[in-house]
Design a protein around this ligand. Structure first.
Ligand SMILES: [Zn+2]
Ligand SMILES: [Zn+2]
Length: 132
């Protein structure tokens, strides 16, 4: 394959390109199949016809990971009200559902907590909550 960022030919599918240090599939300047230059907006390579791998867009939420984590677990433990963190994240629908089911009897709350701690929880726009 070729690095989508710098166009260098790579052996196998390495995590990091040795030519530019970026993730080979995170760029959008070169075709991963033939190494030809590609338009950043192109869906397929006009030279070889390969479908271009979309750069993984990881949007970071402006919401606080700390607040999400605490709102997830603290109200549920102390006063038995689950789902507060979902209201905080703008997920009103699932927030209400969680409130009514007592956080899926605690299991749903626990799952959210497990997601929130390493920064895998998403807000209502699908942005990852990474920043503490
Ligand atoms: Zn590269
Ligand atoms: Zn190509």
């Amino acid at each position: 394959m070729f690095c989508r960022n710098c166009g260098k030919e790579l052996v196998g599918t390495p995590e990091i390109c040795m030519g530019c240090g970026a993730k080979p599939l995170a760029g959008n300047s070169f075709c991963q199949a033939c190494g030809a230059e590609t338009n950043p907006l192109a869906e397929i390579c006009i030279k070889c016809g390969a479908r271009l791998v979309k750069a993984e867009v990881v949007d970071i939420s402006p919401k606080s990971r700390l607040a999400t984590t605490f709102l997830c677990i603290l109200p549920a433990w102390i006063v038995g009200i689950a789902g507060i963190h979902r209201f905080y994240l703008g997920k009103i629908g699932t927030g209400i559902a969680m409130l009514l089911t007592l956080g899926g009897l605690g299991i749903w709350t626990l799952i959210d907590f497990i997601f929130a701690v390493p920064g895998n929880m998403k807000d209502k726009e699908g942005k990852l909550i990474k920043n503490w």
